[in-house]
Design a protein around this ligand. Structure first.
Ligand code: AVJ
Length: 328
């Protein structure tokens, strides 16, 4: 009888469930000057929904541009990587873009890692049902803290997938550190397939991060609502505004929440005084030219073995390889 039931092709692993310490990091960030809260805390259930709404706006081009590149180049990418790899996706909680790659890549297993546990479990379950031949090892982890594979993951040439220009949330120095950590994870000969948003005209970037329908504003303001929900905070949403824009000098879009008046707010039992005009820095989204990003990757020990853009030249996908000699 048990032999008639197909063995489920999915496993769940809790690697570092306690590291997502919203209370600690939010309060510490609000005490700083300028005040800041790390963007990884955008993604509670509501935040993940609001991000999906952003990707559906006309102004936010990254998602559809990257999909175009992956769809057009999936064959080429699979040819350069080869089949039978262990495919790892840090932050891959929605398991969405990887579908484009699975048919051509035929990995031995797929390991999505994400800080958002319920989101990850639901998406991984759906993926495992859709691809019954694929072993899925869903790892609940904060990859910004530590990158490690679940011990039961099978062996195979390792490929990391980091789409969406999530790399843009890191300062360039931290991006080098992240890519170096990925290089170590995939080992000599291992690959990183990574989506990177390109520098471009300010007007296009400003619109992409302040869409007319207000999806991005709602996404940013949800951070205050999340503190109200989870940290016994009392932010008055009418007294805060979404601010976003391209800082050309720094090569990044910045997002802030701006206090519209002098006000006092309680968060996790602590009192915070905000003056009118004061901001909380909530996100940086760095943009890179192709050659600029290749230089950055080389500093992390990875060489370019492919770079593609969409037809409009808005977004790029890089294939990088750890060129260290085996055993080095
Ligand atoms: C998910 C970090 C790639 O920077 O474009 C979208 C997040 N913030 N709109 C980005 C985001 C505002 C997004 N990343």
């Amino acid at each position: 009888m048990p032999s008639a039931i197909p063995r489920p092709n999915i496993q769940f692993h809790d690697l570092h469930p306690t590291l997502a310490d919203f209370r600690h990091e939010a309060v510490a960030g609000l005490r700083q000057r300028p005040r800041r809260i790390p963007p990884k805390f955008f993604y509670d259930e509501r935040g993940s929904q609001l991000f999906d709404a952003i990707t559906a706006t006309a102004e936010y081009y990254p998602t559809r541009s990257e999909m175009e590149i992956l769809e057009t180049r999936a064959g080429e990418i699979a040819e350069r990587i080869g089949t039978g790899s262990l495919l790892v996706e840090p932050g891959g909680g929605s398991c969405a873009k990887v579908r484009i790659l699975l048919g051509g890549l035929e990995p031995v297993a797929y390991v999505p890692m994400d800080i958002s546990r319920d989101h990850l479990h639901a998406a991984a379950q759906e993926l495992a049902a859709e691809f019954p031949w694929l072993e899925v090892h869903a790892a609940h982890a904060d990859f910004t803290q530590q990158m490690e594979l679940p011990p039961s993951a099978p062996e195979g040439p390792r490929v990391a997938f980091f789409p969406g220009s999530s790399i843009g949330n890191f300062d360039p120095e931290a991006a080098v550190g992240f890519i170096a950590a990925v290089a170590e994870l995939v080992g000599p000969g291992g690959f990183l397939l990574i989506g990177v948003d390109l520098r471009k005209e300010k007007a296009v970037l400003d619109a992409a991060y302040d869409d007319a329908a207000g999806a991005t504003a709602a996404f940013n303001l949800n951070l205050l609502e999340r503190m109200n929900r989870e940290l016994e905070a009392d932010f008055d949403l009418d007294a805060w505004a979404h601010r976003a824009g391209y800082n050309e000098q720094m090569g990044r879009v910045e997002m802030h929440l701006q206090s519209l008046r002098d006000q006092q707010v309680h968060v996790a039992g602590e009192v915070f005084d905000f003056s009118a005009g004061e901001t909380i820095h909530t996100e940086n989204s760095y943009k890179y030219r192709i050659d600029e990003f290749q230089d950055l990757a080389r500093r992390a020990g990875m060489d370019s073995v492919g770079a593609w853009t969409d037809r409009k030249g808005l977004f790029s996908v890089h294939l990088l390889r750890n060129m260290a000699a085996d055993g080095a």
